[in-house]
Design a protein around this ligand. Structure first.
Ligand code: IPE
Ligand code: IPE
Ligand code: MG
Length: 242
C-alpha cells in the first residue's frame, strides 16, 4: 500500500511582507499589496490539486487601520478592484468566498463588493476561501461572547466556537506566516489552539507553489499529538481501517 502522506485540509496564511517587497524595489507600499493579490491568486489556484479544501487568509487586521490613511485607502481600493475582477475566475475554479471580519466601519462600496462576491460564489464547493478583512481574533471572541450573553446562552467552549466568525469551518491544520515574523498578530487566536505553525522567510509577493509545497512537506513530517503521548498517536494511526 502506498504510504499515506498527511495533507492539511484547512490552511491559514498571514500574508505578510508586502511593504518590504515594495520598499526593496523603491516602490510605494501599495505596489507591494497589488503584487500580494497576484501571490494570493497563485496559491488559491494551487490548493485544489493539493487536496486543500479550505484556505483562510489574513488580508487586513483590526490594527491595520493605524497605518497611514493613504495606505489604508489603497488597500480598500485594491480589495474592491480585485473582487470585481476576480469573481469570474472564482466561479470557473469553483471557489466559494467568505469575508470574515467587522463590516460596520467599511465604506458602502467595499461592503457591497464583499456581499456581491459572497452571493455570486455561494454554490461553489471545490475550495472555501475565507478572507479575513477588518478582522482580529480578539474582536471575534469578544463579539461572539457578547452575542451569547445578549441571548442569555451560557458560554461554553462549544457555544463560543459555534458563535465565532469561522464556525462554518474546522480549525486550521496549518498556519503559515510569511515575511520572517514569528507571531500571530491577532489572527485566529481561538482556532489556532492546535494548528501547526510554519514560518517562511519569503515576503508574501514571492510566495509561490514551491514555497507552499515546502510548507506541506514540513507539515507531513509533524506529529500532531493533541495532548496525547507519541505512542498513543502512533498506535491509532497504525490501527487497521474499519
Ligand atoms: C502584509 O504586508 C499586508 C497587510 C498587512 C495588509 P505588510 O504591509 O505588513 O508588509 P510589511 O510587513 O510592512 O513588509
Ligand atoms: C498581520 O500583518 C496582518 C496581515 C497580514 C493582514 P502586520 O504586518 O499587520 O503584523 P505586525 O504589525 O507586523 O504584527
Ligand atoms: Mg507586516
Amino acid at each position: 500500500m502506498a504510504e499515506q502522506v498527511s495533507v492539511p485540509r484547512h490552511i491559514a496564511i498571514v500574508m505578510d511582507g508586502n511593504g518590504r517587497w515594495a520598499s526593496k524595489r523603491f516602490l510605494p507600499r501599495v505596489a507591494g499589496h497589488k503584487q500580494g493579490v497576484d501571490a494570493l491568486k497563485r496559491i488559491v489556484s494551487a490548493c485544489p490539486d493539493r487536496n486543500i479544501k479550505i484556505l483562510t487568509v489574513f488580508a487586513f487586521s483590526s490594527e491595520n487601520w493605524n497605518r497611514p490613511a493613504e495606505e489604508v485607502s489603497g488597500l480598500m481600493d485594491i480589495l474592491a478592484l480585485a473582487l470585481s475582477r476576480e469573481v469570474p475566475k472564482l466561479m470557473r475554479d469553483g471557489v466559494r468566498i467568505h469575508f470574515v471580519g467587522a463590516r460596520d466601519n467599511l465604506s458602502a462600496r467595499v461592503k457591497k463588493g464583499l456581499e456581491e462576491a459572497e452571493a455570486a460564489t455561494a454554490d461553489n464547493s471545490i475550495l472555501t476561501l475565507n478572507v479575513c478583512f477588518n478582522y482580529g481574533g480578539r474582536w471575534d471572541i469578544a463579539a461572539a461572547a457578547a452575542r451569547l450573553a445578549a441571548e442569555g446562552t451560557s458560554i461554553t467552549e462549544a457555544s463560543l466556537s459555534a458563535a465565532l466568525a469561522l464556525a462554518h469551518c474546522a480549525d486550521p491544520d496549518l498556519i503559515i506566516r510569511t515575511g520572517n515574523e514569528k507571531r500571530l498578530s491577532n489572527f485566529l487566536l481561538w482556532q489556532a489552539a492546535y494548528s501547526e505553525l510554519y514560518f517562511s522567510k519569503l515576503l508574501w509577493p514571492d510566495f509561490d507553489e514551491a514555497a507552499l509545497d515546502a510548507a506541506l512537506l514540513e507539515y507531513a513530517s509533524r506529529e500532531r499529538r493533541f495532548g496525547k503521548t507519541s505512542n498513543q498517536v502512533v498506535s491509532v494511526s497504525a490501527a487497521p481501517l474499519p
